[in-house]
Design a protein around this ligand. Structure first.
Ligand SMILES: *[C@@H]1O[C@H](CO)[C@@H](O)[C@H](O)[C@H]1NC(C)=O
Length: 332
């Protein structure tokens, strides 16, 4: 009897521990097993997400991505967006879009929007080093849905983005060899679907800590064939990010997981990918070393061939797993 009480107490303790009490601390989380995970929004506030929550079908249909907005920034309007409307050629003609220049597209993640800090962080870094077109995608209508619903919207949001880029290139000039698609978290899977829609012709795709929950063995996840070269930068693998090497080249700075240097929780480690990428655009100083396998990457034991992490070089190519150490604050 006494033993039974002890066993029951232990079982109920485990059950209550399934709901984490400390915001942002995902140390309880086991990929594919845990039901709850803390996720930050674009302002850094923490939300407890129930991964068993039913998808809200009422906000989904095949035209999900039709609600995307495309905001153009160039050196001539580095702070003031120009709205480009898919199908309305005048919005291209009346904008600063220049088809002779590179195009970078930036896509935010869950509970973010086009105003979230990562967009300006990456946009400003790129415009500082390149006279280019930057399109910030705002897909807040679905990104602000419950997580499982936002996950379901990702393919359509990405397909509409892919169609938009094709239309922009046809009507405003330019070609896929000058296109770099960049997405953070759920946005990484959005740009994967956009690249696939474009026939895998985008010169570069960068996935910034591609989202992990619901994306393991998911056919809609970012993958190497989505572009000519697909790079993933993993900073919170196994928690908010995916640990699997899903790109052609996969970087695991500081082991690719929580806690990144200077971070105290998984949310910070997740967002670190954006800062590392922005910094790499400006100074291209992160020297990855090739790893023989994932366990080497996770343990910072990689000593093979060099490949720079991130940067803005459009025709960058490479493959494999890479590890490196970074500093704990800007420029890391
Ligand atoms: C990873 O590679 C290292 C170095 O080649 C080797 O010692 C280790 O056993 C490998 N680990 C796994 C899990 O394969």
């Amino acid at each position: 009897m006494k033993l039974l009480v002890v066993v029951l107490a232990a079982v109920s303790l485990c059950a209550s521990e399934d709901i984490p009490q400390v915001p942002g601390d995902n140390s309880h989380y086991v990929e594919g097993v845990s039901r709850y995970i803390w996720m930050p929004d674009g302002e850094g506030a923490q939300h407890l997400v129930d991964l068993h929550e039913p998808v809200d079908e009422s906000v989904l249909d095949e035209r999900n991505g039709a609600l995307n907005e495309y905001w153009l920034f160039t050196r001539r309007n580095s702070n003031n967006r120009q709205l480009i409307r898919h199908g309305d050629v005048n919005t291209i003609r009346n904008s600063n879009y220049n088809g002779g220049r590179p195009l970078m597209v930036i896509v935010h993640g869950w509970n973010n929007n086009g105003h979230s800090g990562l967009n300006a962080l990456i946009r400003d870094a790129y415009l500082a080093v390149a006279d280019a077109n930057v399109i910030v995608v705002d897909w807040r209508n679905h990104a602000n849905s419950p997580y499982n619903t936002a996950v379901r919207a990702v393919p359509s949001v990405g397909q509409h983005l892919g169609d938009f880029v094709g239309w922009l290139l046809s009507n405003g000039g330019g070609n896929w060899n000058n296109v770099h698609l960049v997405g953070f978290s759920l946005g990484a899977h959005v740009v994967g679907n956009a690249g696939r829609r474009g026939g895998g012709r985008a010169s570069r795709i960068t996935g910034l800590d591609p989202a992990g929950p619901q994306w393991g063995r998911n056919n809609n996840a970012l993958r190497g064939s989505d572009g000519q070269y697909v790079e993933a930068i993993h900073t919170d693998g196994g928690y908010l990010g995916i640990m699997d090497p899903i790109g052609n080249a996969n970087f695991y700075p500081n082991g690719g997981r929580n806690r990144q240097p200077g971070c105290s929780n998984s949310a910070c480690s997740h967002g670190r990918a954006n800062y590392l990428f922005a910094s790499s655009i400006r100074t291209n100083h992160f020297n990855g070393r090739r790893c023989n396998n994932l366990s080497q990457a996770q343990n910072n034991q990689c000593t093979g061939a060099n490949l720079r992490m991130g940067n803005s070089i459009l025709n960058k190519r490479g493959s494999g797993l890479y590890g490196l150490r970074t500093g704990s604050n800007w420029p890391f």
